[in-house]
Design a protein around this ligand. Structure first.
Ligand code: T3D
Length: 257
């Protein structure tokens, strides 16, 4: 049977591709199960230093496949079983994650991108939370991530109006990292992933853990946390060689340890 997620590793970058292009990569239970496996594989592979999530064909992801929704199903249970493991896997990996939004991202398709660290979007892509348009609340982590990313007023506006926004609007709202023209999209995503793959990967994980702790912590909690993580960072090979490289007036070469 055809897989619904493609997984490739090249030059320390794992590219995970949602692969149902005939339905704009709409999400099924099979796809979501394969997606968790792919993220976990990338997370566990020491050779992988960056994870890129993208879509095959003209769309990134049109959200839940509405043609597979069973009448009378419990949406909450479905979320718990299929979506939440994916969102947790993406949001808690210590490796940097990049959503390469190659086309439309709607509903839970947009939610997937919010769980990533970076969002690079094609200039002609359209984004929509869209849940309200089918009488659902935003899900798959969107209620957690969106207000934190763009502030509560704008997040509520997008959730309540369900409007489709352009890539440029998304940039104005600080919803995406950068907008890239269609012709150079793949090259720019690769260049960005390569840049990240040459950063101190272990320390990136520490920074992500510190930042994740911040929203639920007091100043004293965070001062205590930074002691722990800076102590760990200071012991990494990457820190030690970078200081040496500075003294020798050389460029540091980070190996991710
Ligand atoms: O438990 C739970 O179920 C909760 C989880 C819910 C999470 C959610 O994601 S809710 C939100 C679900 N998504 C949507 O409501 C978006 C629906 N799609 C659209 O509004 C439009 O398709 C787009 C704006 C995304 C793109 O429009 P356009 O004009 O570029 O493409 P299109 O022609 O509408 O779609 C192309 C094909 O993909 C088409 O198939 P066909 O008719 O040619 O055979 C279309 O039906 C299919 N498709 C698009 N989105 C979905 C879909 N098929 C199933 N499910 C979809 N979500």
């Amino acid at each position: 049977m055809k897989r619904e997620v493609d997984y490739q590793v090249k030059e320390q970058v794992a590219t995970i591709t949602l692969s149902r292009p005939e339905r704009l990569n709409a999400l099924t239970s099979t796809l979501l199960t394969e997606l968790v496996e792919a993220v976990e594989e990338a997370n566990q592979d020491e050779a992988v230093r960056v994870i890129v999530l993208t879509g095959e064909g003209r769309g990134f992801c049109a959200g839940q496949d509405l043609k597979t929704v069973q009448p009378g199903m419990d949406h909450g249970e479905y979320l718990k079983q299929y979506y939440h493991p994916v969102i947790r896997a993406i949001a808690t990996t210590n490796k940097p994650t990049v959503a390469a939004i190659n086309g439309v991202a709607a509903g839970a398709g947009l939610s997937l991108t919010l769980a990533c660290d970076f969002r690079i979007v094609r200039a002609d892509a359209k984004l929509s939370l869209g849940f309200i348009n089918i009488g659902l609340v935003p899900d798959a982590g969107a209620p957690y991530f969106l207000p934190r990313l763009i502030g509560s007023a704008k997040a509520l506006e997008l959730a309540l109006l369900g409007d489709t926004i352009t890539a440029e609007q998304a940039l104005d709202y600080h919803l995406v990292t950068k907008v890239v023209e269609a012709e150079s999209f793949e090259q720019e995503v690769s260049a960005f992933a390569e840049l990240l793959s040459q950063r101190p990967t272990k320390v990136i994980g520490y920074i992500k853990q510190l930042q994740a702790a911040s929203s639920e912590s007091t100043l004293d909690d965070m001062l205590a946390q930074e002691i722990i993580y800076q102590s760990r960072a200071g012991k990494t090979e990457d820190h030690q060689q970078a200081v040496q490289a500075f003294i020798e007036k050389k460029a540091p070469v980070f190996v991710g340890r």
